[in-house]
Design a protein around this ligand. Structure first.
Ligand code: GLU
Length: 305
């Protein structure tokens, strides 16, 4: 396969990477609100990396959460990306079209006894004195992990439940795992720190972890470029890749865009929304080029969480 060296200059100065010409990356917005400057930064970095490598840049709409996703935000997000000049390859992919794939992966793990139904409410978990804090929130204290089979069957018939990974059993299954962070080098995955993560939610057929890991593999993503708030989540994704026999892409976790108050942007920060900037006459293409070069509008900054 033809390989080429490419040069990439962004938030952390200049780095060199080696990619095959089949480099493929993606930007994956959740259509639950207006995109802001932080999304533009992430989308522009991924786009620049793909184009510099002669690779592909795909858009995935993470609309698995039916209660929060809105069609209007899908159209608005694509309009924002077009305004930024971030042309993508092919048609945008939608997670809502992949429910059968998520269910099949869950079945595989169920057949291997690596997942269990959990009937706990948030209040049950909060009330448990043994719920320590992990990298992605409270670590599930294992209340439903070893319920007798008969009780599981009975409760599944009537009670809402999610499906959790038995993370300790899964780790025993696959052994020690590493993954590659483009800036930080090899990392040892620590999925146990997350406890028994949810793979299928009570109200959605898959969790972010399961859907994103499967989609990245099925889309042929060779490099994931996303915010540094997801570094710890990658340990979980690495475990799922090992369990489901999926390839592991290269990862790059970039700093987060913070507002004038020093806090990372959220979808409620209307002033930083791309729609507001577009309406104010900002040149989207120039903005994207500035972001890739690490130049942010006055008052905004890049910070590692
Ligand atoms: N839809 C996810 C988000 O907006 C994507 C995260 C990722 O890039 O893996 O946070």
């Amino acid at each position: 396969m033809c390989r080429k060296i490419w040069k990439d200059s962004d938030d952390r100065g200049t780095v060199y990477g080696v990619f095959t010409t089949s480099m493929l990356t993606r930007f994956a917005p959740s259509p639950t609100g207006d995109l802001h400057l932080g999304h533009a930064y992430s989308a522009a970095l991924a786009h620049a990396a793909a184009r510099a490598a002669g690779g592909q840049y795909l858009i995935r709409i993470d609309d698995i959460d039916g209660s929060r996703s809105r069609e209007a935000y899908v159209g608005a997000s694509l309009a924002d990306l077009a305004w930024l000049g971030l042309n993508w390859d092919g048609e945008p992919l939608h997670q809502s079209a992949r429910i059968g794939d998520y269910a099949a992966a869950l079945d595989t793990l169920r057949d291997r006894d690596l997942v269990y139904p959990c009937f706990c409410t948030r209040a049950d978990i909060a009330a448990s004195l043994s719920a320590p804090h992990g990298p992605s929130g409270a670590v599930y204290p294992g209340i439903c992990r070893n319920l007798p089979e008969a009780e599981r069957e009975r409760r599944m018939a009537t009670e809402p439940h999610c499906w959790r990974l038995d993370t300790a059993a899964a780790v025993v299954n696959v052994g020690a795992l590493t993954w590659e962070e483009q800036r930080q080098g090899p990392r040892i995955a620590d999925p146990l720190a997350h406890g028994d993560i949810v793979l299928a939610r009570k109200d959605a057929p898959a969790s972010y972890h399961l859907a994103s890991t499967l989609d990245d593999a099925d889309m042929g993503v060779t490099q994931v470029i996303r915010g540094a708030d997801l570094i710890a989540a990658t340990d979980v994704h690495r475990l799922l890749q090992a369990l489901l026999d999926l390839p592991t892409p290269l990862y790059r976790h970039h700093p987060l865009v913070c507002g004038p108050d020093g806090r990372r942007l959220a979808k409620r920060d209307a002033a930083a929304s791309l729609a507001a900037m577009r309406a104010a006459g900002v040149d989207g293409r120039a903005l994207a080029a500035d972001l890739v070069a690490g130049r942010l509008p006055t008052g905004y900054s890049l910070q590692m969480p």
